[in-house]
Design a protein around this ligand. Structure first.
Ligand SMILES: [Zn+2]
Ligand SMILES: [Zn+2]
Length: 159
């Protein structure tokens, strides 16, 4: 599978196109649900407090009769689409942010295991991973793998 037909966040198999929040924003069931919930949670907030804008009419149409729209949150986002639906660019940048947070949580540890701060670093990462599992950024198995990798040098040292 190429990078273009997998989840934008984790690279897993995406949900079927007709069940997607956006046909062209590919997400696996877990990250699709996460994004949907985020949209739902923020839908009652004023637009400047939500990461998701909706399309507003500007009163003009293209030659095929499709309505030009701008995003309620960021006037730089524009398209032709149905008025009142979610801005695709806002969803895309939210998904990018999720992907970045996930990579950060799963990243290798930069602290040297010999360093006295290594144990504190592991503790910090553990808290971070627990939180990431809670908000469905990573799976429990992924979190355990990272922890296992982080703890390995310590075990080696105690022998
Ligand atoms: Zn995913
Ligand atoms: Zn937008």
């Amino acid at each position: 599978m190429s990078v273009y037909d997998t989840c934008r966040v984790c690279g897993r198999e995406p949900v079927r196109w007709d069940l997607r929040l956006f046909e062209d924003v590919l997400l696996c069931p877990v990250h699709e649900a996460l994004t949907r919930d985020a949209v739902q949670e923020t839908s009652s907030r004023p637009s400047w407090e939500s990461p998701f804008g909706v399309w507003l009419a500007i009163g003009s149409y293209d030659s095929d009769g499709r309505e030009f729209v701008v995003c309620s949150r960021d006037r730089g986002h524009s398209s032709t689409h149905d008025v009142g639906t979610l801005c695709r660019w806002c969803v895309t940048s939210y998904v990018e942010m999720v992907r970045y947070s996930r990579e950060e949580v799963l990243a290798r540890c930069e602290t040297d295991p010999e360093d006295v701060r290594y144990r504190d670093e592991i503790r910090r990462r553990q808290t971070q991973l627990l939180r990431a599992v809670e908000i469905r950024l990573v799976t429990k198995d992924e979190a355990l793998q990272v922890l296992e990798r982080l703890a390995r040098p310590l075990r080696g040292a105690s022998v």
